[in-house]
Design a protein around this ligand. Structure first.
Ligand code: NDP
Ligand code: OXD
Length: 309
């Protein structure tokens, strides 16, 4: 019985090593060089080639190599009858908080404005706003967004959050569902997106949404590139609806050299690194899920395929 690692955008070797550290007896094979595809019961995937999962007749479970599963469901031939699990990891949440905290502080302490001034040899001080006067809005209050929202609140920021179902998070004023979206948006001086990519959230960061934010708000997108309508961001920045955007994810990754975001003075780009999964940290839950699957037991972090996340 075999675990197959099927990935295109990650080096599989540290994953093999981390899984073997948990259980040296595991048979782990790496796509496309598996000995016998019929032996594979559990697939660990990241951006697998479309249709490739049809080659495994005895597959029983698919695990994402990350928190998101949109890369799995993108495959038109994905075996949707199989259970899908994703990774939930305290180190991933901590890494995401560190990135978000940096982006929030960058805008809060107006480093973007000072960078623009530097380009013009301009020496001009701005009186810093109080943290309590800066409202940070978190879209998505799950494992990552919920953790970051809670931590930002302990730093003194006024934090609000929006999710599908109502949440109770210390220090965070929570809004839920379509009906409360506008009340949430109209307050968010810094809007952070940590929504999963689904049919409902694809393109949610668009001109209409930007026009509901306080004028001159800042955007931080750490979710997925497809959550954002890229042309709308350019319009919102040009019209002054938005002051700036910090983007970690893009519709096309790596971001093509000719993309207008690269040279834009109001856009800060990082290469999908806001939080990087450490195979050693997540290997125990993958091995546990493999064993649970073999014992036909309920799995950890199973995705609700109807919700799509
Ligand atoms: P979770 O599933 O734990 O949380 C998702 C949150 O989004 C939940 O609060 C959920 O609401 C909310 N949500 C989903 N759909 C809607 C909707 N239609 N309207 C309002 N709220 C909605 O996910 P994680 O926090 O673990 O991860 C979030 C995403 O972050 C991943 O899917 C991935 O795309 C991205 N990511 C990016 C990384 C990077 O390096 N840039 C690294 C890791 C993840 P409810 O709680 O009510 O279900
Ligand atoms: C993830 C990611 O989903 O790295 O884990 O984006």
């Amino acid at each position: 019985m075999t675990i197959a690692i099927i990935c295109t955008d990650r080096d599989p070797e540290p994953w093999v090593a981390a899984l073997h550290e948990c259980d040296p007896t595991l048979d782990i094979q790496v796509w496309p060089d598996e000995r016998k595809k019929a032996d594979v019961e559990f697939a660990l995937c990241w951006k697998h080639p479309e249709g490739v999962l049809r080659d495994y007749p005895n597959l029983r479970c698919v695990s994402s190599m990350g928190a998101g599963i949109d890369h799995l469901l993108k495959d038109a031939f994905f075996p949707k009858h199989l259970p899908v699990v994703r990774l939930v990891d305290p180190l991933l949440a901590q890494g995401m908080f560190e990135y978000i905290c940096t982006a929030v502080m960058y805008y809060f302490r107006e480093f973007d404005i000072y960078q623009a001034q530097q380009r013009q040899f301009c020496w001009q001080q701005h009186f810093p706003r109080s943290v309590t006067k800066m409202i940070v809005g978190m879209m998505g209050l799950g494992q990552l967004g919920g953790y970051s929202a809670k931590r930002l609140a302990t730093m003194g920021f006024d934090v609000i959050g929006w999710s599908r179902s109502q949440k109770v998070i210390p220090g965070v004023k929570a809004y839920a569902g379509e009906a409360q979206l506008d009340s949430f948006l109209c307050q968010a001086d810094i809007l952070i997106c940590l929504l999963p990519l689904t049919d409902q959230t694809c393109g949610i960061l668009n001109l209409e949404l930007f026009s509901k934010l306080p004028k001159g708000a800042c955007l931080v997108n750490v979710a997925r590139g497809e959550n954002l309508v890229e042309e709308d961001l350019l319009t919102a920045l040009a019209d002054g609806l938005l002051r700036g955007a910090c983007l970690d994810v893009f519709r096309e990754e790596p971001l093509p050299a000719e993309h207008p975001f690269w040279g834009h003075e109001k856009i800060l780009i990082t290469p999908h690194c806001s939080s990087v999964t450490d195979p050693r940290s997540v290997a125990p839950q993958i091995v546990q899920n493999y064993r649970l699957m073999r014992g036909s037991m309920p799995l950890l972090n199973q995705v609700d395929m109807l919700r799509g996340y």
